[in-house]
Write a protein that binds this ligand. Structure first.
Ligand code: AKG
Ligand code: FE2
Length: 277
């Protein structure tokens, strides 16, 4: 956890070696600094269609933004609410997109200053890009009521990720790639830390998290590729997040593409757009 981070420090000590970091008050210079008001977002996006997911990435339901906020926030009930993940376009057949909402919010925020401005392979871009304006894979607004969670997983596409906390507190727990032998089974399953199946993951307790922090509005976290992570909303929560691959990880990305990653619809969406000029 750090209070400030330079671009050079981030590149050398976090992005290149793949080390996570939470940066406190990383978002204070936004035109609209966090906390963002969930009721205000509800007024703006009330009738927009959004996708609701389970505690991982299974789509469960389509709702309106307003109905989700009315039904699943503000109460702090005992159950686990569905998780609203509203992604901008990242594949050709995606029906529900957050592009209009992101366009409307584009002036309000920007990527943390320590993230690279350019030299990305994913999304491929010659010049500078910013997740507040440009498409990135898994770029989305994530909303969930208190108690909502994302179960333990590793992000796809051999990519890194950034998450900006804009409303409420969220506990974020991360385990290094080397703990995979304890957290996964031979079928590629990952342990559910809320209901660990001891027969499938007999040694899961041997995995020790490297990072276990509560994000507050204004904090940002860097999630390096290969790190297992899980998140639990301690309050009604809103986050902005996106994935990316920078040129320093060219070899890793090429290996991913060669081993079948190039067939992934998200990868095709981003890489083909470039081919079309
Ligand atoms: O904030 C969360 O719920 C976790 C987000 C995340 O890790 C993801 O969407 O890949
Ligand atoms: Fe993730």
């Amino acid at each position: 956890m750090v209070e400030a981070l330079s671009a050079e420090d981030f590149l050398r000590n976090h992005l290149e070696p793949g080390r996570p970091v939470v940066v406190r008050r990383a978002l204070n210079d936004w035109r609209v600094p966090p906390p963002w008001d969930l009721q205000d977002l509800k007024e703006r996006f009330r009738d927009a269609e959004v996708s609701l997911f389970d505690t991982l990435f299974t789509l469960e339901e389509v709702a309106t933004f307003g109905d989700y906020v009315d039904e699943h926030t503000g109460q702090g009930d005992a159950g686990i609410p569905p998780y609203l993940r509203w992604f901008t376009q990242q594949s050709h057949d995606q029906m529900i997109v957050a592009d209009d909402a992101f366009a409307e919010l584009a002036d309000d925020w920007s990527m943390p200053s320590w993230l690279p401005e350019g030299d990305y392979l994913l999304p491929p871009a010659a010049g500078p890009v910013n997740a507040s304006r440009d498409r990135f894979p898994a770029r989305g607004m994530f909303v969930c009521g208190q108690g909502g969670r994302t179960r333990l997983h590793v992000d796809p596409w051999a990519s890194d990720a950034c998450l900006c906390q804009v409303t409420g507190r969220k506990r974020f727990i991360m385990y290094g790639p080397e703990t995979g032998e304890f957290l996964t089974d031979s079928e590629g399953g990952t342990v559910d830390l809320d209901h660990p199946d001891e027969s499938r993951f007999p040694r899961w307790k041997q995995a020790v998290p490297t990072l276990d922090e509560v994000l507050s509005p204004g904090d940002a976290v860097f999630i390096p590729q290969g790190w297992y992570h899980t998140a639990i909303a301690l309050d009604d929560s809103v986050s902005l997040t996106w994935n990316f691959t920078h040129r320093v990880h060219e070899e890793r990305f090429e290996t991913f593409l060669r081993s079948g990653g190039g067939e992934d619809p998200v990868i095709r969406f981003f890489l083909e757009d470039v081919d079309q000029g």
